[in-house]
Design a protein. Structure first.
Length: 473
């Protein structure tokens, strides 16, 4: 221990130095508006930076101690950091208290992790542990469904929560659609946002130019996106891995640039506005109805409330997401679903088994794109306005991150990852500039502790049960 301590101190100091070099211009300086005449000026936050560097130094030292098997010194250092974070001594920034305490908690978890991991693993092999694991995997989805259905009737159902719920469910549906292509078929698609855009613009154009309603355009938008999915599938039939990712990325950018420059059709960068929203049996969600129509309040005989439209949109996207999930689960058990998984495992072996990889890829692209079209149509109906800025590459990256972090091929994992990736930045919005730091920290922790995703294990598509005893086999 005495011989390794200087090396640990040197490593911790080097880590703090690198953090200082990277963070001095991000955290140490901040531009503030000091008036219309003076303009912008620099505000220095060197004290915050120094406290953060001290925490990084102590945290790195504690991690080195824990890795070397020195559990108790690492636990003591973590407890000291937690005590400093919750102490009544005021730090320059209120957020630094949380930062210090969080660093101490993470260090305590890391120091106790080998023992806790071994204990959990041993308990998981017992009969009780297997029962808890099986019940959790079986009932978690139903619990989440009950929570989702009852959310609008809970005390937490304010406008902000419902709007966030609609956003999360939209990304859950997109994640389930991309999970067919990436998680089941093993085709890395970086241009998934293109199908999302096709569905959105299909509804926007058909509703504003042709006067079609949401429910009439919804299947048409899905069909148009599926057609584009097939068009994407043909050029990539012989491509795998990185080459496939590059081509799909280019396809997504092509669609965005076409939308941006085809002014006569898409109105270019100005976008399309005044898009009608979905109706309930022909009734509109507004205080006053157009001529020849009635409002939902008049049809149901209830007072008008602006939240009624948001609750209706919430249940619409929940229904669309559940249809996506049920369809995917059903397809997994059909021959085409098993062909997707065979293609993901080994395309050469897939050919040797007599499976046509061309048809398998095209069906995966088409089905995944169809659900993206449904989600895009809903997005346009909810927002009432769309523009090319809503369909950039970052959207594809977020959807792909939801699939990967949730666990490739895991439906429940996609839900948990969408709640984390979409909800976390909103929940930490009060932290201002530090909310993306918390977001990045959460992503790093997931990759460290759950490298295969939040739910790396999923149930097999088909179980091969052994033959009954005494049978012919």
């Amino acid at each position: 221990m005495a011989q390794a301590l200087p090396r640990m101190l040197k490593d911790a100091a080097l880590t703090a130095f690198v953090a200082a070099a990277l963070g001095i211009f991000i955290v140490g300086f901040r531009t503030v508006d000091v008036g219309s005449r003076t303009g912008l000026a620099f505000d220095y936050e060197f004290v915050d930076l120094a406290v953060a560097l001290a925490i990084i130094f102590l945290g790195r030292l504690g991690l080195s101690l824990a890795a070397a098997g020195q559990r108790w010194p690492a636990l003591a250092l973590g407890a000291l950091m937690v005590a400093a974070g919750v102490s009544p001594l005021r730090l320059p920034s209120g957020f630094l208290h949380w930062f210090v305490a969080l660093g101490g908690v993470l260090l305590l978890v890391r120091a106790a992790w080998p023992w806790a991991d071994a204990a959990v693993s041993a308990a998981g092999h017992t009969s009780g542990g297997k029962l808890v694991r099986d019940l959790g995997g079986r009932w978690l989805g139903w619990v989440l469904l009950v929570v989702a259905i009852g959310l609008p009737f809970s005390p937490l159902a304010d406008q902000k929560t419902m709007d966030l719920g609609v956003l999360i469910l939209t990304y859950v549906m997109l994640g389930w659609g991309l999970n067919i292509v990436v998680g089941l078929a093993g085709l890395l698609d970086l241009g998934y946002v293109a199908f999302y855009a096709v569905g959105a613009y299909a509804y926007a154009l058909l509703s504003t130019e042709q006067g079609l309603g949401f429910w009439a355009v919804l299947p048409l938008a899905g069909m148009m996106s599926a057609t584009f999915g097939i068009l994407l599938g043909f050029p990539v039939l012989r491509l795998r891995g990185d080459y496939l990712a590059i081509v799909t990325l280019g396809f997504g950018e092509i669609i965005r640039l076409v939308i941006l420059n085809w002014f006569d059709l898409t109105n270019g960068p100005a976008g399309i506005g005044s898009i009608p929203g979905p109706t309930l049996f022909g009734a509109v969600f507004s205080e006053t109805a157009p001529e020849g129509k009635q409002t939902v309040s008049q049809m149901l005989g209830i007072p008008f409330d602006s939240n009624h439209r948001l609750i209706f949109l919430y249940y619409v996207i929940l229904l669309l997401a559940l249809i996506t999930n049920l369809f995917t689960q059903r397809m997994r058990r059909l021959p085409v679903g098993r062909a997707w998984e065979a293609l993901r495992e080994d395309e050469t072996a897939c050919k040797a088994l007599g499976i046509n990889p061309t048809n398998t890829k095209l069906t995966a692209f088409a089905v995944g794109a169809m659900f993206a079209g449904f989600a895009g149509s809903f997005f346009a109906a909810k927002q009432r306005f769309i523009s090319p800025e809503s369909f950039t590459f970052i959207e594809s990256a977020i959807i792909l991150a939801i699939v990967v972090l949730g666990g490739m091929g895991s439906q429940i994992g996609v839900v948990l990852a969408a709640v984390l990736l979409i909800g976390l930045p909103e929940w930490f919005r009060e932290l201002g500039n530090y909310r993306m730091l918390a977001f990045g920290l959460a992503m790093v922790l997931i990759m460290v502790f759950r490298p295969r995703g939040l739910i790396g294990h999923r149930e097999p598509s088909i179980r091969l049960h052994p033959a009954p005893s005494g049978g012919s086999g």
